[in-house]
Design a protein around this ligand. Structure first.
Ligand code: AHG
Length: 337
């Protein structure tokens, strides 16, 4: 068997990045390694979801009032477990938990970071074998080292993120993460059980031809957004329209595709839900950070997502994200609508 010396694993990559910063402590590399480990464990269970009795409702509702699947619980436990036992994370906030989880022990009270997670996004797609994902965000602690972290450590604007990323459990399993230095994607190589660099320096094309939105909610959207959607469907030499509509209902997959191919993803306010469906801290901020680093844009229709001040860990927000030129076009319709 020949060994491919060109491959670079997630661990090798993060350690190589670390070497560029002589004063770095390695805590972020450790945290990313922990997330990679939990993702591999979740991946094993996702892959056999159709085979074993882990598939199905856990019989409870999460704090958002949504049905919890067994795999959500499993994923939450895995990420919480590895981060608790690592040295880099002082506590987590998770879409699956009512309150923040503080790792109140001597090591964690001195850890630099807190982590915010949607352990298994798109879980309503599990039953039908559609790609699902994990989304994560890393913030620096605000409270002094030596003490347990508290809610204020988690309620920071997205611009404060140190890193953010996602894992797709799809036709292959991919971990993408961003720091201010760039966005890089790693595909899980099952033969060696390692995430290996497959998508270096990811860039979101400035324009695209894909728009992703739940058309079933069309009549609940504000006029400007309806008009933009109509424009996406029209022949237009300037924009290259009509665009193609693609909506999986699993934002990790939808935004990942648009990041690679160019496009726009929208989850606007709907009737009875002026803040939309998606969670600011677990879903929107991480993707806004990743897309901005990759050259794209993300807003709530009025304001840059990364500048929204959260008021609670479970805040929701309307969300528009994608290729810069498409986002600028959308802005014009929202302003005029
Ligand atoms: P869930 O985890 O409950 O399946 O929600 C998934 C999220 C997001 O990933 C997706 O883009 C959006 O909800 C889809 O919502 P709609 O079905 O309302 O379009």
């Amino acid at each position: 068997m020949t060994i491919n010396r060109k491959i670079q694993t997630l661990d090798e990559f993060t350690i190589q990045q670390l070497r560029n910063f002589p004063n770095a402590t390695g805590e972020l590399s450790g945290l990313l390694r922990d997330i990679g480990l939990a993702a591999k464990r979740v991946n094993v269970e996702v892959n056999k979801a159709g085979l074993v009795d882990i598939l199905g409702d856990a019989g409870s509702m999460n704090v958002q009032g949504e049905e919890v699947k067994k795999l959500d619980v499993y994923a939450n436990d895995q990420f919480a477990g590895v981060l608790r036992h690592g040295i880099s994370c002082a506590g987590i906030a998770s879409e699956e938990l009512d309150d923040i989880l503080v790792f109140d022990d001597e090591i964690s009270n001195n850890s630099k970071y807190v982590c915010l997670l949607d352990p298994l996004d798109g879980s309503s797609n599990i039953d039908v074998n559609v790609a699902i994902g994990t989304i994560f965000s890393v913030l620096p602690r605000l409270s002094p080292k030596g003490s347990p972290v508290n809610t204020a450590d988690f309620l920071q604007q997205g611009i404060k993120q140190i890193a953010a990323g996602y894992v797709i459990y799809g036709s292959s399993t991919l971990l993408v993460y961003a720091t201010r230095r760039g966005v890089n994607g790693f595909t899980l190589d099952p033969s060696i059980g390692e995430f290996t660099l497959s998508h270096p320096n990811m860039q979101c094309p400035p324009a695209g031809k894909i728009y992703s939105v739940n058309h079933g909610n069309y009549f609940q959207y504000q006029t400007g957004i309806q008009q933009y959607i109509t424009a996406c469907q029209e022949k237009n030499a300037a924009t290259g329209g009509p665009y193609t509509q693609r909506y999986i209902g699993s934002m990790v997959s939808d935004i990942h595709r648009n990041l690679i191919k160019g496009g726009i993803f929208m989850y606007p306010a709907i009737a009875g839900r002026p803040e939309g469906k998606l969670r600011l801290l677990y879903e929107c901020n991480p993707f806004a950070f990743i897309l901005e680093i990759a050259g794209g844009k993300a807003t709530n229709g009025r304001q840059r997502t990364l500048e929204i001040q959260p008021t609670s860990v479970h805040d929701r927000t309307p969300f528009f994200i994608g290729s810069t030129e498409m986002m600028e076009e959308l802005d014009k319709y929202i302003s005029a609508g």
